[in-house]
Ligand binder design. Structure first.
Ligand code: SF4
Length: 397
C-alpha cells in the first residue's frame, strides 16, 4: 500500500526530528504512543508528517473504505437549563420565544415522515429541559420501537442522562438499564467538550463533569452497548488538554471496549458567548484529525461531520485518518448551521455522498449504526462524470 511506502520514506529522512522519528517508528510497529508524545505531535508535527502517519493507520485498518449512514435527526428542543459558553444552539428558558419544544406526537410525526425511506438510524439530541424526563424519553423510545422496530435509536448524551437520572433519583447503572429496556440502542458522543476541569469550568461549568460523562458511558458499555465520543477543540484549551481528553478516553476504552468512533468537533464562533475567539484553521482541523487517529489506537473509527466542516474539508480529512463522514442528514439538524458551519441546510442524497467519497479515490460503504455493511458502493458508476474536484496532496499521494 502507498501509505506504507510513504511512512518508510518519511522515517528515512535524515532531517526528521528525533522524537518525531521515534513516534513514526512506533506507528510503523503498531505501538502505542505516550502522553508526552501526543503533546509533541501537536507542538512539532507538521501537516504532511501527521498525514503520513494517520493515513498509514487508516489504511491498515480500513484500506480505502469510507463509511457513511442514512439517518435523520430529531432535536426535541433548543431551550436549555444550562448555559455553555460555546453553544450557539441553545436559548435559555428566559428566551423561550426564540426556541422550539417538540411534543411527543411531533417527534413521532418526524419518525413517520421517513416510513418509506431506507434510513437505518434516528439520532435524538437537543437541549436539557425538565419536561423531557425519564418518563418522557422511555415512552418515546418505546413508541419509536413499536412503530418501526428495525430503526436504530441513538439518543441523548450523558449531559441529558445525568440531569434526568438525578431528577428521577436513580443511579447511573439503573438509569442506563431502564433506557436500554425502553429501546435505547446506542449513545452518541456529544457533551464531552474538554474533560479537564480547568477548561470545562470556564466553558460548561454546570453540566455533568468529565468524570461523570465517562462514568455514564462506562455503565452503558457494561450493558454490552456501544457509544461514540467527541472533543470540542479550538477555543481556550491548550494542546495538552486535548491529549488529556484523549488519554481518558483511551483508558476507558482499554477497560470496556465499548466506544466505536471518535469525532473531533471544531469550535465555531457564530452567535455564542465565545464569539471573540478566532476559529482555528482548516490546517489545524486536519492536524487534529490526524493526531486523534494516531493517539487513539484502540478506537476503530475517526469521523468528520461533513455538515460541520464543509464537504471539501471532509474530503481532505479522508487523507488524515478519517474513515467516516457521517450521514445523509436530510436537513434535520440545526446544531451545526446555528454555530456558523458552512453548510446552512445540511442535506446530501446517498448518490451525492457516494460521489463525494469517490471523488477523492476512496471506497464508499453505507453502514448501519454498528458498522454492519448495508451497501458496498465500490462498483457504483455515477450517471454523470464528476467534475475535477480531486484534492491531490503533495507528499501524501
Ligand atoms: S451545549 Fe448542550 S448543554 Fe450546553 S447549553 Fe448547549 S444545548 Fe445546553
Amino acid at each position: 500500500m502507498n501509505s506504507a511506502n510513504d511512512l518508510t520514506i518519511l522515517i528515512s529522512d535524515k532531517n526528521l526530528d528525533p522524537q518525531l522519528k521515534t513516534i513514526a517508528l512506533k506507528v510503523q510497529a503498531s505501538e502505542r504512543i505516550s502522553f508526552d508524545e501526543g503533546v509533541a505531535l501537536y507542538e512539532k508535527g507538521e501537516l504532511a508528517y501527521l498525514g503520513v502517519l494517520a493515513n498509514f493507520i487508516r489504511e491498515q485498518r480500513h484500506g480505502n473504505k469510507t463509511y457513511f449512514n442514512r439517518n435523520f435527526h430529531i432535536e426535541p428542543t433548543n431551550l436549555c437549563v444550562y448555559d455553555c459558553k460555546f453553544c450557539s444552539y441553545s436559548r435559555l428558558i428566559k428566551q423561550r420565544s426564540e426556541g422550539w419544544e417538540l411534543t411527543m406526537e411531533e417527534m413521532l410525526n418526524i419518525v413517520r415522515k421517513y416510513d418509506d425511506q431506507p434510513v437505518t438510524e434516528v439520532h435524538i439530541v437537543g437541549g436539557v429541559l425538565p419536561q423531557y424526563d425519564m418518563a418522557f424519553y422511555t415512552e418515546l423510545f418505546r413508541k419509536i420501537h413499536e412503530h418501526r422496530p428495525e430503526l436504530h435509536v441513538k439518543a441523548l448524551t450523558p449531559v441529558e442522562y445525568h440531569y434526568i437520572f438525578k431528577k428521577a433519583k436513580v443511579d447511573y447503572a439503573t438509569g442506563m438499564r431502564l433506557m436500554k429496556e425502553a429501546g435505547l440502542e446506542s449513545m452518541p458522543g456529544g457533551g464531552a467538550e474538554i474533560f479537564h476541569p480547568e477548561v470545562r469550568e470556564q466553558i460548561a461549568k454546570d453540566k455533568c463533569t468529565g468524570e461523570q460523562w465517562l462514568q455514564i458511558h462506562e455503565e452503558w458499555h457494561k450493558l454490552g452497548q456501544r457509544s461514540n465520543a467527541t472533543i470540542l477543540y479550538g477555543h481556550i484549551e491548550q494542546f495538552w488538554h486535548r491529549v488529556d481528553h484523549m488519554e481518558q478516553l483511551r483508558q476507558l476504552q482499554d477497560k470496556t471496549g465499548g466506544f466505536q468512533t471518535f469525532i473531533p468537533l471544531k469550535f465555531r464562533n457564530q452567535d455564542n458567548q465565545m464569539s471573540h475567539i478566532k476559529e482555528v484553521s482548516v490546517i489545524e482541523d486536519l492536524r487534529n484529525y490526524a493526531i486523534s487517529r494516531i493517539y487513539l489506537d484502540n478506537f476503530d473509527h475517526i469521523k468528520a461531520y461533513w455538515a460541520m466542516i464543509s464537504r471539501s474539508t471532509a474530503q481532505l480529512a479522508l487523507n488524515f485518518g478519517v474513515d467516516d463522514i457521517d450521514g445523509t442528514l436530510d436537513d434535520t439538524t440545526k446544531i451545526y448551521s446555528m454555530a456558523g458551519a458552512e453548510e446552512q441546510n445540511p442535506a446530501m442524497s446517498t448518490a451525492e455522498l457516494v460521489e463525494l467519497i469517490k471523488q477523492v479515490g476512496r471506497h464508499p460503504v453505507e453502514r448501519d449504526t454498528l458498522y454492519n455493511v448495508v451497501t458496498d458502493y465500490s462498483n457504483y458508476q455515477p450517471e454523470e462524470k464528476p467534475g475535477a474536484r480531486f484534492y491531490k496532496l503533495p507528499v501524501l499521494n
